[in-house]
Design a protein around this ligand. Structure first.
Ligand code: ADE
Length: 233
């Protein structure tokens, strides 16, 4: 799977995605991530990529031409399914199901806006999906793009080891993760729950499930409702 991030700040994006599990998957060639500087495609002789909004108002608007040309250049030789996501608080809110669905694409182009926005006309021509990472406003689409690359990559087969994926299925059935403990058995006077030291696998499994359910009910009543209505309970 290939991610192409169209941005004015390619270094910002790439620094965050060269580490840890995502960095390892890149090195192994399971995923490919490229950040392309939109500014490299401007036809303006001063390398300008934004201008004042028609109708007035605060801030600047990213112009259509550099974005369109950058998009055209990066998609020209793409094979398979291409989806182009514009990161915006006006989009559909990102979640685990969307991550799984987008992980089916062969190519994902992530367009990061900045300033007050992007000329609507280029969005109409290139964007297939509008995605928000939550109901808050950030200064640009770079952090949301990184969030999406991370969450989608871990759904791509081979990115997580068996061990890693086994421990992180929880969100799928609407339950939060159960609490985890490691050595020592007692720390600051707090003991690890006895059942976890018992070696009794069935009891441990039951305990973890009941912790997950209780935790979800307390912390995320919205998810708990979905869990109670789901088939898997
Ligand atoms: N750009 C600015 N804020 C955003 C958000 N919450 N989600 C996605 N893109 C954004």
């Amino acid at each position: 799977m290939k991610f192409t991030i169209l941005t004015l700040f390619p270094e910002m994006v790439m620094t965050g995605l060269n580490e840890s599990i995502i960095g390892r998957a890149k090195e192994k060639g399971i995923i490919d991530i490229e950040a392309v500087n939109i500014r490299d495609y401007t036809e303006d002789k001063h390398k300008k990529v934004d201008d004042y909004p028609y109708g007035g108002g605060a801030g600047m608007v990213m112009q259509a031409q550099p974005i369109y040309d950058a998009h055209k250049a990066v998609t020209a030789n793409m094979q398979g399914m291409v989806r182009t996501v514009y990161l915006t608080p006006q989009g559909k809110v990102f979640n685990q199901d969307m991550a799984a669905e987008l992980a089916q694409a062969d190519n994902l182009v992530l367009l990061c806006g900045h300033y007050e926005g992007v000329d609507e006309r280029v969005l109409e021509e290139v964007v297939t999906d509008y995605v928000s990472i939550g109901d808050f406003v950030l200064t640009g689409g770079e952090l949301p793009a990184m969030v999406m690359v991370d969450a989608i990559s871990r759904m791509v087969p081979g990115v997580l080891t068996n061990e890693e994926s086994g421990t992180t299925e929880s969100f799928h059935n609407y339950l939060l993760e159960y609490p985890q403990y490691s050595r020592p058995e007692e720390w600051h006077g707090r003991k690890v729950p006895d059942v976890l030291l018992s070696g009794h696998h069935k009891n441990i499994e039951d305990w973890r499930l009941s912790q997950s359910i209780e935790r979800t009910r307390e912390r995320r009543p919205d998810l708990y409702k979905k869990y109670m209505n789901s088939e898997r309970k």
